[in-house]
Design a binder for this molecule. Structure first.
Ligand code: ROI
Length: 162
């Protein structure tokens, strides 16, 4: 059965725009994909690392959560994922933010993703895809960080085409 999932995407090493574009093409092999705008975001964590490119993809898929996670981790590795330190710079991060309305907690996966409501680089792109989106009954558009966003729009929602 098809489920609406939201996948967070981030990169701050290499040609981040190109890496995220290729990630969207990979996601499109798993179902039907649409994407938020493409943003630049100051690093959360150590400040002596480059700004991030961030976006969110909406993926409608039949894959069960852990099989979806397997695929995302494969895409990360195939992108030549490099991760230099904890909360540090990385080539590609793909996170399952939401999986339908499901709450998932196990060794490999926590959904909704931890910290989702505190991260403007996730919340703002999610609102591009669904302006009325709620998580655990909280309307994302009502969060303070929406008004205090630190993001810069790099490109509109057609950035991932071609
Ligand atoms: N900071 C920003 N701005 N964007 C990210 O995607 C991101 N990802 C991370 C940490 C290191 C927490 N910081 C981030 O994993």
């Amino acid at each position: 059965m098809s489920i609406v999932t939201y996948i967070g995407m981030g990169s701050n090493l290499g040609d981040s725009a190109q890496i995220l574009k290729e990630a969207v093409a990979q996601l499109a092999t798993l179902g039907t994909v649409s994407v938020s705008r493409l943003y630049q975001s100051p690093p959360m964590g150590p400040q002596d690392q480059p700004n991030y490119h961030n976006a969110v993809a909406r993926l409608v898929t039949d894959l069960e959560p852990l099989l979806l996670l397997d695929e995302l981790q494969r895409f990360e590795l195939e992108s030549g994922r490099v991760r230099l330190r904890h909360w540090g710079e990385r080539t590609l991060d793909l996170d399952i933010l939401l999986y339908g309305e499901k709450n998932i907690i196990n060794d490999r996966l926590t959904v909704p993703h931890i910290g989702i409501l505190e991260r403007d680089f996730v919340v703002i792109p999610l609102l591009d895809l669904d302006a009325e989106l709620q998580i655990n009954g909280i309307a994302l558009h009502s969060l303070d960080l929406v008004q205090q966003s630190t993001l810069t729009v790099l490109e509109g929602s057609s950035w991932a085409q071609h």
